[in-house]
Design a protein around this ligand. Structure first.
Ligand SMILES: *[C@@H]1O[C@H](CO)[C@@H](O)[C@H](O)[C@H]1NC(C)=O
Ligand SMILES: *[C@@H]1O[C@H](CO)[C@@H](O)[C@H](O)[C@H]1NC(C)=O
Ligand SMILES: *[C@@H]1O[C@H](CO)[C@@H](O)[C@H](O)[C@H]1NC(C)=O
Ligand SMILES: *[C@@H]1O[C@H](CO)[C@@H](O)[C@H](O)[C@H]1NC(C)=O
Ligand SMILES: *[C@@H]1O[C@H](CO)[C@@H](O)[C@H](O)[C@H]1NC(C)=O
Ligand SMILES: *[C@@H]1O[C@H](CO)[C@@H](O)[C@H](O)[C@H]1NC(C)=O
Length: 643
């Protein structure tokens, strides 16, 4: 069986297309010892980036006007000179510019030693095909009388000059390059390779210890990885020309002492050369990284900023699928990377008041029960998507994003743990007999179930917000933050479903007991998995079974439903329809055939609850409920007029 889905393929392509509009074009400068840019003349769109790679001799990219080749124009772009002895291996430093408009851009190499510009080393972006053409510019350059500008040593401007340093180059204990001279303004990008390295700035005198000075130096955490390259990078920008010394703080195999050290702008003679630093390192005492050392720099994963945890250890770059095999209980202490993936941990203090009401305890426990369900469901699915039967369904970026949302759910659930434990109340352990067999048969069913779980959690959280706002006001900010994180996840899941926008959960208030009941009725086969608030079993309601729907042929709108009337019910039955903006409507159920009309005003996903009383408020719904709630899709068209 194949899990390849045309709809998700289309989705993936749509994604890459929107990024693909911004291309990166590579231009070599002086390759094979030739005095030329290759390609010499290019066309580029707005937003495209051009990266210049430097070879043999000592070249630079400088911007001139068409009229005055070989001279840096006012505020013109300049890469800085980039010496490189090799004719075919690019210098570790490159230069990238962004095209902002479609006007022609004229460039040249300003090296006067050999008059590179006058000898034809010119370049153009979006040169016209007639009139001021590339060839006309080149001809003008050949006649430029005065020597080229700017001079060697001038700093880069108008683009990104980047020095690339490999950390753990080729599996060896070394930085490559490890001894470079660079210009102020250059961004130094360290790329992590296997197995478990760090990058720490030291002083010359103490090579394997973090530098001691006001504000500290840069410290990039240990990144254990098996991938080459790992995609994890660390960036620092050179803000002055002082020598910089750095090392890997891995004590296993003594990386620093074994020569895994580097320098930028070290003196080439005298006492403080790179060689002298390396010699000192060889005799240095065991390395330290200093967990409290401030971090200066930016840690990124494949170009996206990632959080660094306490300046110390970034455990892994992706959600560990093993978490799914052993679902973390609500009071588990997370590995630090979970907080990193989630964009931060929960706070240490929620401004708890002096006490918590009994009602708040029941409600927070109910919300935790719902969150336990969602966490298990998410992790089971994440495992299938990241390494299981659905691993080829979505682009890796989507699965990764989902992973960070799973991390966020773990943190979200933890806010209930913190609050309950703060007041000495029990947390809700995970029901180990949630039954997901039917849910995990295919990715669509899983997505639908996740979305339903998120609907329930959002609905129950809204209920909690209204019920606790005055009695336990400290709950409001945490509950509201939780709503936000679930709304973000709904958006992603909805997108993975490739559904119409109206399918996204709209915030329907669902009494929290009913939300928990839904989970118990559908997935908790075992009685021990009843919701925590149902101390009297009457509070756990059976599922509402919708047997049939009457659909209007032209609009596809569901106009009526037919339900299974539960046994032993007497008196009139009604369906309470829960809609967004606090909307609540009732229609009666025909006692003979179980049919109930759907209010005209409803649309998208709505919730139906079977009651034995007409017109109870949302707050009192749990006192009249017979069965449900149940989610159903009504129609894509909607109006708010009736609510
Ligand atoms: C595009 O705009 C940025 C920001 O102002 C500037 O640094 C860069 O040099 C511009 N690119 C070009 C090709 O002019
Ligand atoms: C990486 O190295 C650090 C420092 O030795 C160590 O604390 C950490 O456990 C290592 N991580 C892994 C996954 O080996
Ligand atoms: C980063 O990009 C590389 C190369 O495209 C890829 O192999 C790797 O899986 C990516 N890492 C993550 C965590 O997405
Ligand atoms: C470091 O670089 C300088 C300047 O290029 C050079 O003179 C010196 O020999 C290098 N040292 C080592 C140990 O490679
Ligand atoms: C609960 O705490 C508030 C102040 O936060 C206090 O005024 C009130 O008396 C306390 N109630 C109980 C029952 O302890
Ligand atoms: C159910 O009964 C009512 C009234 O007897 C009728 O109007 C309705 O059409 C019936 N519905 C179905 C689906 O048979």
């Amino acid at each position: 069986m194949s899990w390849f889905r045309p709809s998700s393929l289309a989705l993936g392509l749509a994604f890459s297309a929107s990024f693909a509009t911004a291309a990166n074009i590579e231009v070599t400068v002086g390759k094979d010892s030739k005095l030329e840019f290759n390609p010499p003349s290019i066309k580029a769109e707005i937003g495209d980036t051009i990266t210049y790679k430097f070879f043999s001799k000592n070249h630079a990219v400088a911007q001139s006007t068409f009229a005055d080749p070989c001279h840096l124009q006012d505020n013109g772009i300049f890469s800085g000179f980039t010496p490189n002895a090799s004719p075919d291996v690019a210098a570790p430093t490159d230069f990238t510019i962004t095209v902002n408009d479609t006007k022609p851009l004229w460039f040249y190499c300003p090296q006067v030693n050999g008059n590179h510009c006058q000898n034809g080393m010119v370049h153009a972006i979006n040169a016209p095909d007639t009139g001021n053409t590339f060839d006309a510019y080149k001809a003008k350059a050949q006649q430029a009388a005065t020597p080229s500008t700017p001079a060697v040593g001038t700093l880069p401007v108008g683009g990104l000059r980047k020095l690339h340093i490999d950390v753990g180059f080729n599996g060896e204990l070394m930085f490559n390059p490890n001894n470079v001279t660079e210009l102020i303004g250059t961004v130094v990008e360290f790329s992590y390779n296997p197995a478990n390295h760090s990058i720490v700035q030291s002083s010359f005198d103490k090579p394997c210890q973090p530098i001691e000075r006001e504000g500290g130096g840069f410290v990039a955490p240990f990144v254990p990885t098996q991938q080459t390259p790992s995609g994890v990078t660390f960036e620092v920008t050179l803000t002055n020309s002082d020598p910089i010394w750095f090392y890997c703080a891995q004590t296993k195999k003594s990386h620093c002492q074994s020569g895994m050290v580097g320098s930028i702008n070290a003196a080439t003679e005298g006492e403080k050369t790179f060689q002298a630093f390396k010699d000192l390192a060889a005799k240095a005492p065991p390395s330290t990284i200093g967990p409290d050392t401030p971090v200066v720099g930016a840690l990124k994963l494949n170009g996206t900023f990632i959080a660094n945890v306490g300046g110390n250890v970034l455990d892994t770059t992706t959600l560990d699928p093993a978490l799914g095999g052993q679902i973390p209980p609500p009071d588990m202490n997370y590995p630090p990377y979970i907080g990193g993936m989630a964009g931060g941990n929960q706070p240490a203090n929620y401004n708890w008041g002096d006490n918590i009401t009994d009602e708040a305890v029941v409600i927070l426990r109910t919300l935790q029960y719902i969150d336990n369900f969602i966490v298990v469901l998410l992790l089971e699915g994440f495992n299938q998507l990241s390494q299981g039967q659905w691993s080829d369904v979505y682009p890796g970026s989507i699965t990764q994003t989902l992973g960070s949302l799973v991390a966020q759910s773990l943190i979200h659930r933890r806010t209930y743990t913190d609050s309950l434990q703060h007041f000495g109340k029990d947390v809700v352990s995970i029901c180990d007999s949630f039954d997901f067999a039917a849910v995990l048969t295919d990715v669509d069913t899983w997505l639908t179930t996740v979305l339903t779980g998120l609907h329930l959690s959002i609905g129950a959280t809204l209920d909690a917000l209204t019920l606790l706002a005055s009695s336990d006001p400290w709950t409001t900010p945490a509950l509201a933050t939780g709503l936000g994180s679930q709304a973000r996840m709904s958006a992603l899941v909805n997108l993975m479903q490739n559904h119409v926008a109206a399918a996204a959960p709209r915030e329907v208030l669902i009494p929290n007991e009913l939300a928990a009941s839904y989970i118990a009725a559908h997935y908790a086969t075992d009685k021990s998995c009843a919701p925590p608030s149902s101390t009297d079993s009457a509070k756990s309601f059976p599922a509402l079974v919708i047997k049939d729907k009457t659909v209007q042929p032209d609009t596809n709108r569901v106009t009526a439903i037919t339900i299974e009337i539960p046994k032993d019910t007497t008196g009139g039955l009604f369906i309470a329809w829960l809609g967004p903006w606090g909307g609540l409507k009732y229609t009666s159920v025909d006692a003979t055939n179980g049919t109930a009309g759907v209010p005209d005003s409803l649309s998208g996903h709505v919730w139906a609850v079977l009651t034995n009383k007409d017109g109870a408020s949302a707050a009192d719904l749990d006192t009249v409920t017979v069965a449900g709630p149940e989610i159903m899709w009504v129609s894509q068209q909607w109006s708010v007029s009736d609510f």
